[in-house]
Design a binder for this molecule. Structure first.
Ligand code: SAM
Ligand code: TMP
Ligand code: ZN
Length: 409
């Protein structure tokens, strides 16, 4: 499958493709029946750079198609994530933001799930996020936001208006941005000489370990490893000074970058880097193993759903996640196998899932009446969801999961 002529978006090195999911719809483009004829598709193929090892998509979807007024993902929808960001805000307030008149900029602040804590503490802050629907929610909560894309020119304007930042922070956003050179130049402009750039994103190591191929979709342009982040940081005049594994969203890493030579790297950087090296994440053999596992999951999942249908069992989906677009469309799962998907996000209710056109209903629809099985697309929120839906288990319902392999709980 390797084409050999694709270039790495970060360093220009040769990109070796290792998986092709075919034509895919935008993962967060939930449809009304009227939209079906105009549905947008792109080629979802993923490769690893043979030079800097950065794992990335080979086709970039225009950013305005993904991040706009109707972007449906609301960060505050998960209690676990609210708690996660509260903890981080507290930590930042006690550490990096404890000096005189500190200033923090968040890239991709969404509905203000993190910055509202900072705002409550009376700390100078600015969120930057292009999706107007969610930024209005943040503003209603007392968060200052610019509804725009972060890039070099925007950083220049923020610097002129607000002065330099002590911290630039981003969660689940930096991996969404193909134009990282511009982002880094912007960070370099806007950050104080001793400031830190902190970002957390899904870790490719966890994706490989858990076969969580559904983390691969339009919005996730990059899949970071410590090694590829270190290489990228160095090219841009920064270095990795801390790294921390996080349990959220199926396994993430929080990276802390500072300008080269400004801070002493923590012991964790060396420890985690050594542990990662053992996994040989960018090696062709590792990537081929992953590809084979993904093909097996497709085969096992479609077989299971077809068998259950033949037995007359009812199966519904749970969690109309962005990730589920890759699963349903790659595996060919439509309303014939899963009549509907339950989800708590009001903006998704009554809409159709991208590509598969499976209807999305409120979470309460799970109980009307309880199905025999629920396919858990929001597996990253498994604990929270299973605790909430205990009545489903008590009624004899069983959960179907598909990572690291297809299994029933
Ligand atoms: N930080 C939140 C969290 O972790 O829950 C939101 C993550 S959400 C998956 C990604 C967010 O990044 C969206 O709200 C999107 O609008 C925003 N985004 C995408 N490109 C951006 C850019 N260039 N600058 C700032 N925000 C961006
Ligand atoms: P995410 O995987 O991108 O965080 O998206 C999670 C999706 O799952 C989102 O559409 C909301 C939905 N969800 C529920 O339906 N019930 C829940 O309890 C949680 C935490 C999420
Ligand atoms: Zn590269």
């Amino acid at each position: 499958m390797s084409q050999g002529n694709l270039a790495c978006r970060v360093c220009g090195g040769r990109l070796a493709e290792f998986f092709d999911f075919g034509r895919q719809p935008l993962s967060d483009a939930f449809l009304t029946p009227d939209d079906i004829d105009e549905e947008f598709f792109y080629q979802l193929t993923v490769g690893a750079c043979e030079s800097c090892t950065m794992v990335q998509l080979t086709e970039e979807v225009p950013r305005d198609r993904m991040f706009h007024e109707d972007y449906p993902y609301h960060s505050s929808g998960s209690a676990t994530m609210r708690q996660h960001f509260e903890q981080l805000a507290k930590h930042l307030i006690d550490t990096e933001l404890s000096g005189r008149d500190p200033f923090i900029v968040e890239i991709g602040c969404n509905d203000g799930v993190m910055l509202r804590q900072i705002s409550k503490a009376g700390i100078r802050h600015l969120g930057v996020d292009p999706s107007g629907g969610v930024t209005r929610l943040a503003m209603a909560d007392g968060v200052r936001v610019l509804t725009d894309f972060f890039e070099e020119s925007l950083a220049e304007a923020v610097l002129a208006d607000e002065g330099p930042a002590d911290v630039i922070y981003a969660a689940n956003t930096i991996c969404h941005i193909p134009y990282l050179d511009s982002v880094f130049r912007g960070v370099d402009l806007l950050l104080k000489p001793d400031g830190v750039f902190i970002f957390e994103d899904p870790s490719f190591g966890d994706i490989i370990e858990r076969n969580s191929f559904d983390q691969i979709y339009d919005e996730h342009f990059y899949f970071f490893t410590l090694r590829s982040v270190q290489a990228m940081a160095e090219r841009m005049g920064f270095e990795l000074v801390d790294a921390e594994r996080l349990p959220v969203h199926g396994g993430e890493i929080r990276y802390t970058l500072a300008r080269k030579g400004r801070r002493r790297p923590s012991a964790r950087v060396a420890e985690l880097t050594a542990a990662e090296r053992v996994l040989d994440l960018a090696a062709p053999a590792t990537l081929e193993r992953f590809a084979a596992a993904v093909r097996n999951i497709r085969q096992d999942l479609t077989r299971l759903l077809e068998d259950l249908r033949a037995e007359g069992k009812r199966v519904v989906g749970y969690g109309a996640t962005a990730k589920s677009a890759t699963v349903t469309n790659y595996c060919g799962i439509g309303p014939g196998l899963i009549p509907y998907v339950c989800d708590t996000t009001p903006a998704k209710h009554g809409k159709l899932m991208p590509g598969s056109h499976i209807p999305v209903l409120p979470a309460e629809a799970l109980a009307e009446p309880f199905p025999d099985y629920a396919l858990l697309f929001a597996w990253n929120h498994a604990e929270e969801i299973m605790a909430k839906e205990q009545a489903f288990r008590e009624a004899g319902g069983r959960w179907i999961l598909y990572t690291p392999k297809v299994h029933i709980l």
